[in-house]
Structures are given as C-alpha cells and as structure tokens.
Ligand binder design. Structure first.
Ligand SMILES: Cc1cc2nc3c(=O)[nH]c(=O)nc-3n(C[C@H](O)[C@H](O)[C@H](O)COP(=O)(O)OP(=O)(O)OC[C@H]3O[C@@H](n4cnc5c(N)ncnc54)[C@H](O)[C@@H]3O)c2cc1C
Ligand SMILES: NC(=O)C1=CN([C@@H]2O[C@H](COP(=O)(O)OP(=O)(O)OC[C@H]3O[C@@H](n4cnc5c(N)ncnc54)[C@H](O)[C@@H]3O)[C@@H](O)[C@H]2O)C=CC1
Length: 534
C-alpha cells in the first residue's frame, strides 16, 4: 500500500491522518498533552456498519456533527434505506417513509459520507479495525454496528419454508405465492398479521402458539376486534383522518385482570407489501383458517408424506361443518402439535428475528443480551471500547423509563441510530449526554387490517404484574380503545381506528397525572377529552 502523505484531520486533541489510497488507515497518535508518550492508539475514522435505517441515520447524524470528517458507511446491501417524509406526530410519536436508494444518493446528500458496498466479515476490536469481504481493511476510531437482524426461521434450509426480511425475500415470497393455492403461516407477530390480511386468492392456514391473534401487539380483546375484520370481505376504504365520536357499544372495566446470500439486506419498510401483489392462483379475497395454541411438530415433503400414509385435512371452509380429509396432494405437509396435518404449497415462518451479531463475535468478547443482541448501555456503547451499536442488532440494557421497552421496530432503529451518533460525538468531545427524549415513552404507530394502530407505553401491561386495571371502549368495526392504569396513573394504551386520542394519552402517560377521580369518564366518547385536560 502506498504511504503517500494523507490529509490531516484535527479531532479534539489528537492529530489523525485518514484516507490513504481510497481506504482508511491509522497512524500512531501524537504525544499526550502531558508530554509523555501514550501507548500507540489507533486513529482512523468514524465507521458505521449497516445500510438499514439505524446505520444510515447514524451516519447522517455523524456527518452533520463532523462536517470536516469523513464518515464511512460499510454495508453488505447494494441499496441503503433512507428515512423520508419524517413527521413528528406528537412529542414521541413519529411517522416516516422508508426509501431504498443507491449509496451514491446518500453520498451526494452528505459529501463527507463514503459508502462502501461490502459485507464485514471480521472485526478485530483490539486493533480497531474491520475487514470486508472484498479484502479491504478499515481502521476506526469509533465504530457503530447496525447490522440488523435475521429472520429466526423454523426448519431453516427446507426449500418449502420461506421467511420475509428484505426485498429479495419478499420477491421470492411473491413469486411462490403467485403459484400457490394454499399456504401455512406460522408465527403471530407483525409479519403474520400483515400477511393474513393482505394475501388474496389463496387459502391460508395460520398456526399460532397463542389463543388469540397478534400476541406481540394485542391482547385477546383487541385480537377479537381484529379477527372479525379478517373473517369479513376485504374493504379497501381509505382510513378517515378525522375524529369521530362513536357510541359505546361495549364498555367494560376489567379489574386485575446471501457469500452474498449469507448477508441479508435491510429490513423492509412501511407498506412493504403495497407494491407487491400478494395473490395466489384463486379468485377469492380472504380465506383464512386459524389454528390456535399449537406449534409445528414436523414437516414432510410430498414423497415422504406418501410413504407415511398419514391423513391430512381439507381446508375448513365452513367452521360449523366437521373437518374432512383432504383428497389433494401438496408439495409439503405440516403436522401441528394439536395432531392436525395440513398440506400446502409452502410455509411462511414469521417467527421473529435474531440479532445479526455473528460476523462480529470471532475473538471479540462482546457482552450479549438474553435475546442474543449486543448489550448497549445508556450511551449506546457495547461492552468493547469505542464500539457502539444501534437498531435490531442491539439489546438495550440500560435502566429504562417505566413506560418504555425495546421492540425491534424501525422507529426505534431510527431513534437509536440518531442517538448513537450523538453519543459517539459527545464521547469524542469528552462528555456524556443525557438520554434522548424518545426513550421516555414507547410509542409506535402502524397499520393492521387497514386500521390505524397506536401503541403507547406498557400497552399490554408488560411487567406491571397483577396490580393494574384495564379500561376498554369498543365499537365493532370502528374503534378499539384500551388504557392500562396503575395506581390511578395511565401506563399504556392501545388505540385502534381513528380515535384521535394519541396525543392526549401520550401526555397523560408522560406526566403521570393522578386520574383516579375521572374514572370511566376518561373513555366516555361524549366527553371531549382534549378539552378536559387542557
Ligand atoms: C417484513 C417486515 C415488515 C416490517 N414492518 C415494520 C413496521 O410496519 N413497522 C416497524 O416499525 N417496523 C417494521 N419492521 C421492522 C423494521 O423494519 C426493523 O426493525 C428495522 O428496519 C431495523 O433496522 P436496522 O437498521 O436495525 O436493521 P436492517 O434494516 O436489518 O439493516 C441492517 C443492514 O446491515 C447490513 N448488514 C448485515 N450484515 C452485514 C455485514 N456483515 N456487513 C455489512 N453490512 C451488513 C444489511 O445489508 C442492512 O443494510 C418490519 C420488518 C420486516 C422484516
Ligand atoms: N407493523 C409493524 O409494526 C410490524 C413490525 N414488524 C417487525 O418485524 C420483525 C419481524 O416480524 P415477525 O417475524 O412477525 O416477528 P415478531 O417478533 O413480531 O413475532 C414473532 C412471532 O412468532 C412467534 N413464534 C416464535 N417462535 C415460534 C415458533 N417456533 N413457532 C411458532 N411461533 C413462534 C412468536 O410467538 C411471535 O408471535 C419484528 O421485529 C416485528 O416487530 C413486522 C411486521 C409489521
């Protein structure tokens, strides 16, 4: 490598040389301010790994904080994810679109960002350097790992089991669906909910471990509200954006109740299925049969199943009629733990994600969280010096606010990427910063079954024990409102439909006002709650 003199960059007290022959390298640090020679310390630049929302937001924020420095974004995917049309809906609720863009677009928006399209195959933390698949080595002074997560597939490797994470896997899924008459969805979180509602022209057997749908987001009440929509014909009416005061039909109070294929691309963005026709070969819209409280016991390919001489079941079109044996043959058969067997064209494993830490672990003694993510503290630092992490790859291990929890969502990926960059900048200047306000309250706005869904705080009473009460208001087909109360304070809420309550409830959760005296008025649709708390 040529050792031609490199441009010099002053950062704090230290003199660094960066960027030699198109790569970034280190020189020994200058003498310490006291005049004694410190042990040689690596120089290098700020390096961010991962072109998803967390990595891109982190790199952008670093580029703004250090306009004179080069920021390196190393990513395995050919496109990066950019946050566009960002809208701060309220204090903590945010909405944005996610766009796939070539790395060059990011470079032109931020001339001090350099995007390197290559997977990181190894991290040598003691030398502060990373090695990429294309044989390059980059030295960092601070590194932020934002390599996302991978789908945690059941029966991984079986050709009839598909997962959905990035554009490639979504397209593969669409291609297979276009030829399918029946599929099985396994899992009960975000992806399963979206697929069960969006898929048309194909029978869907949906196998869930729980007794109600959508366990990662909803309790049984909300699930029932949504299930009726799932079982009815699909109506594509646009969501209205005005508040409507509905009559309470039911108000009750419950007490105490890929080589390259090895690298995944970035996780899909909002409305990822919007541009994909999720349609099977048939001409009907929804046809979903839900099998509750069961898991997959075994799967058999067609030939294997024929030898077994077991019986599979026909798709239960009419829930009141008894189940009959299936006369058709299928490419794959799924035996459930409840003893039932269904044949289908393929199975979608929508069974969660696992943090993508593997490329960084070799000889690096990272502390890992229970879910396998890189543990990060309240400054987004991992357990190794000068290495930060953000987004799906990390496990938040600080003492959280009583109404915040980590979930692997793009809002949190953005917030963590942004805050990690702030922390890296602050550490470079030698002072820590206060936790970002976005971690005060968990807030997620999304769409399920064409309903707007807002989740706030401990929306499912997570970790509150038995000492809480729920208040509900529900108008079938219109809205579902649930608040979680503890000691007279609002701790969380689920708002489905156009309730227009999110801002008020967000404030009530944040300010922890004693609401005991308001009782059920809190959810009375005839009381304009915004005026009440003005
Ligand atoms: C189908 C689907 C629908 C979703 N819907 C929603 C939703 O409606 N709302 C919501 O809030 N969240 C949703 N999510 C979750 C959300 O997309 C993720 O939480 C978020 O995008 C994670 O961002 P990230 O930047 O941490 O990781 P990712 O987006 O996974 O990005 C990781 C990046 O790292 C790169 N990378 C990986 N390994 C390496 C390596 N070794 N070297 C270099 N680069 C590497 C990848 O190529 C990628 O660019 C959805 C997820 C999926 C899969
Ligand atoms: N609108 C939104 O907010 C959406 C968010 N997402 C996010 O994308 C990521 C991936 O989504 P999902 O895969 O749906 O993950 P998820 O974490 O939302 O749900 C995983 C589901 O799989 C179930 N499960 C786990 N192991 C299982 C097994 N062996 N057998 C049967 N069921 C099993 C779990 O009980 C859970 O219901 C998540 O972080 C999710 O939050 C995804 C789609 C939409």
């Amino acid at each position: 490598m040529s050792m031609a003199r490199a441009p010099e960059v002053i950062c704090g007290q230290r003199l660094f040389r960066v960027k030699i022959a198109g790569t970034f390298t280190s020189v020994q640090s200058a003498a310490s301010p006291r005049g004694t020679m410190e042990a040689p310390r690596p120089a290098g630049t700020f390096v961010v790994v991962g072109g998803g929302i967390a990595g891109v937001t982190c790199a952008e924020q670093l580029a703004v904080s250090f306009p004179e420095e080069d920021i390196l974004l190393v990513t395995a995917s050919p496109v990066i994810k950019a946050v566009t049309n960002f809208r701060q809906v309220s204090k903590v609720l945010e909405e944005f679109d996610v766009e796939e863009q070539p790395g060059t677009m990011l470079e032109s928006r931020f001339p001090n960002i350099k995007v390197i399209e290559s997977g990181v195959k190894r991290l040598k933390s003691e030398d502060h350097c990373i090695f990429t698949e294309d044989g390059r080595e980059f030295v960092y002074k601070k590194l932020c790992l934002c390599a996302g997560a991978k789908p945690k597939l059941i029966y991984e490797g079986n050709p009839r089991v598909l997962g959905i994470r990035d554009t490639d896997s979504a397209q593969e899924f669409q291609k297979e669906l276009a030829k399918a008459r029946r599929i099985m969805i396994v899992g009960n979180g975000g992806i399963a909910l979206e697929l069960a509602y969006e898929i048309e022209g194909c029978e869907v057997v949906w196998a869930i471990k729980d007794k109600a749908i959508g366990n990662t987001f909803f309790d049984a009440g909300a699930a029932e509200f949504l299930t009726s929509k799932l079982m009815s014909e699909k109506s594509e009416a646009k969501i209205a954006h005005k508040r409507t005061i509905y009559t309470v039909e039911e108000a009750k109070k419950e007490t105490r109740t890929k080589s390259k294929a090895d690298y995944v691309g970035s996780a899909l963005g909002p409305d990822w299925h919007g541009g994909l026709a999720l349609k099977g070969t048939e001409e009907f819209s929804h046809s979903v049969h839900i099998e509750t409280r069961c898991e997959v016991k075994k799967i058999y390919l067609e030939e294997e199943f024929k030898i077994m001489k077991k019986k599979s079941l026909a798709f239960p079109k009419d829930h009141h009629k008894s189940v009959t044996a299936d006369k058709e043959m299928w490419p794959v058969y799924v035996e459930l733990t409840n003893g039932k067997i269904y044949g289908c064209d393929f199975l979608v494993s929508a069974t969660g994600v696992t943090p993508n830490v593997h490329p960084f672990l070799h000889r690096n003694n990272f502390a890992l969280g229970e879910d396998g993510g890189l543990r990060v503290d309240d400054q987004m630092r991992t357990s190794l010096p000068d290495i930060y992490a953000a987004g799906d790859i990390c496990t938040a291990c600080w003492q959280p606010s009583p109404v915040w929890q980590q979930m692997r969502l793009w809002t949190q990926a953005r917030q963590m990427g942004y805050y990690a960059a702030k922390c890296m900048a602050a550490a470079s200047m030698g002072h820590p910063i206060d936790m970002d306000f976005s971690f005060e309250l968990f807030a997620h706005v999304t769409k399920f079954f064409n309903y707007k869904v807002v989740l706030l705080g401990k929306y499912n009473a997570q970790g509150l024990g038995a000492d809480h009460e729920l208040m509900l208001r529900c108008t079938r087909g219109q809205e579902y409102v649930k608040v979680v109360m503890q000691n007279g304070r609002m701790m969380g809420a689920v708002l489905i439909g156009e309730t227009d309550l999110e801002e008020t409830f967000e404030n009530l959760i944040l300010n922890q006002m004693d609401l005991s005296s308001y009782g059920e008025d809190l959810l009375d649709p005839n009381i304009d709650i915004e005026d009440y708390f003005d």
